[in-house]
Design a protein around this ligand. Structure first.
Ligand SMILES: [Zn+2]
Length: 304
């Protein structure tokens, strides 16, 4: 039987990555390129990758694309993208016109979750919750290897909800979201994303560290970094407990820069039961298998 080919595209804020895969999930080719941060440059970069990959595989190769935010099923317009030039554009329609084929399009955290659920760290579980903790904080949910997108296409996306059970210290911090589309006091992303974590630490100690530098300090036993991580883990556990109360997945899979912090996998399972309505929590907290590749792989798997 002839191989069926899949093209996956991950549309990032500064880079666009593309993968060519066969239907067994073997990676045949991968390319990545920066683009000018505007709408037209994004479209022409995607087009270039798709044309090259189709020439090297088959005209019938399917195309899936991961984007920040989501493409509304109702209007066809993009919403909630932090690559703001995508917002309120008919991105799917414009791309299809340029590529002369049908495409599938999905939120990038959902693509991460799908990739890990199909043949990544979540492959042995029926229900999977994927979380990306990088500059932002996004997530998605999958059941039986399919994404549950939800009636409003934001299922699982609880990164911009307020921190549950806030402490007096957190309330006093008056931290609120910097995104104009959110702006909420105690927005979780401001505490849990790598950027938010570093900002909290720096504000308190008048420093200018990036998240990986604070991770390194913590490993060396720095008491300030140790304390910040204890706070971080407690906040994260509270958020996860609320999500478990609704979706109760078998596995939670972490991706993005902060997912390389090994202590999370050891400590979170011990803290989460403090906040759940069950004394024993069986949910596995796992590190991703495909790393940064899960965006493109999940996009390719949109056609299955
Ligand atoms: Zn927010």
């Amino acid at each position: 039987m002839k191989d069926k080919f899949k093209i996956g595209i991950d549309y990032g804020g500064t880079k666009i990555e593309a993968i060519l895969m066969n239907d067994k999930g073997d990676e045949i080719k991968r390319e990545r390129s920066e683009y000018d941060r505007n709408y037209e440059s994004g479209i022409s970069t995607v087009k270039k990758f798709v044309e090259v990959f189709k020439k090297e595989s088959s005209k019938e190769a399917t195309v899936g694309i991961a984007i920040p935010g989501y493409s509304s099923k109702e209007t066809g317009l993009v919403h909630n993208a932090n690559s703001i030039w995508l917002n309120n554009k008919h991105f799917k329609k414009d791309l299809e016109k340029n590529l002369n084929c049908e495409i599938k399009i999905m939120n990038d955290a959902n693509c991460f979750t799908l990739s890990e659920a199909i043949d990544g760290a979540g492959k042995d579980f029926k229900s999977v919750f994927g979380i990306i903790i990088g500059t932002g904080f996004g997530s998605g949910l999958s059941y039986k290897k399919e994404i549950i997108e939800g009636a409003n296409q934001v299922a699982g996306d609880w990164g911009h909800q307020p921190l549950p059970y806030p402490t007096q210290e957190e309330i006093n911090s008056k931290i609120k979201c910097t995104l104009p589309t959110c702006g909420r006091p105690l927005c979780a992303e401001q505490f849990i994303s790598g950027a938010g974590f570093a900002k909290n630490f720096n504000l308190k100690h008048n420093t200018n560290f990036k998240a990986p530098e604070i991770v390194a300090l913590d490993k060396k036993g720095d008491p300030k970094a140790n304390k910040e991580f204890e706070l971080y883990e407690d906040r994260f556990a509270r958020l996860i407990a609320v999500m478990i109360g609704i979706f109760d997945p078998e596995a939670i899979i972490l991706g993005g820069g902060m997912s390389n912090t090994e202590r999370l996998y050891k400590n979170l399972p011990n803290i989460i039961p403090k906040y759940t309505f069950t004394d024993k929590v069986r949910t596995k907290i796992l590190k991703n298998k495909h790393g940064d590749s899960s965006g493109v792989r999940g996009a390719a798997w949109l056609w299955d």
